[in-house]
Design a protein around this ligand. Structure first.
Ligand SMILES: [Zn+2]
Length: 139
């Protein structure tokens, strides 16, 4: 019996192409690949570093829109409130990680992002004056 390798559906003899996706049917299904993740699919590699953690979140969202899982790690143990108190610790850094098998695709996305004007996803508009937190200090 022929199978569609993409939809993993069995079809009647005589059908050569999948009616759903148009793929050429095969006699036997290839082994399920999704269930066994190879190391390259789980190993995280550094894609880039950004000086602004907010950019990290935006890039992560952009990557995920392209179907690439991404992880953002912000460097610097001191952030937010304390960073304002301890002088000099304001250079937060965001490190973007992707899985090794998607690194090249992620680089493509990164290049596209870098060459295009930044479009901030809804709800992620950069806050220009960061008054938050300062109110507390004034009390
Ligand atoms: Zn199909």
């Amino acid at each position: 019996m022929p199978f569609c390798p993409k939809c993993r559906i069995e079809y009647q003899e005589g059908i050569t192409h999948c009616p759903d996706c148009g793929a050429e049917l095969v006699a036997e299904l290839p082994p399920e690949e999704e269930s066994r993740l190879s190391p390259s699919e789980t190993e995280l590699v550094e894609l880039c570093r950004l000086s602004d953690p907010n950019q990290g979140d935006v890039l992560k969202a952009t990557l995920e829109e392209a179907g690439i899982a991404a992880l953002v790690r912000t460097k610097g143990p001191i952030s937010g409130e304390l960073a304002r108190v301890v002088d000099g610790i304001t250079d937060d850094e965001a490190i973007i990680y992707v899985t090794r098998n998607r690194l090249e695709e992620a680089k493509e996305v990164l290049r596209a992002v870098e060459s295009a004007p930044v479009v901030w996803p809804e709800g992620m508009t950069p806050v220009e004056d960061e008054r938050e937190g300062e109110d507390d200090l004034e009390e």
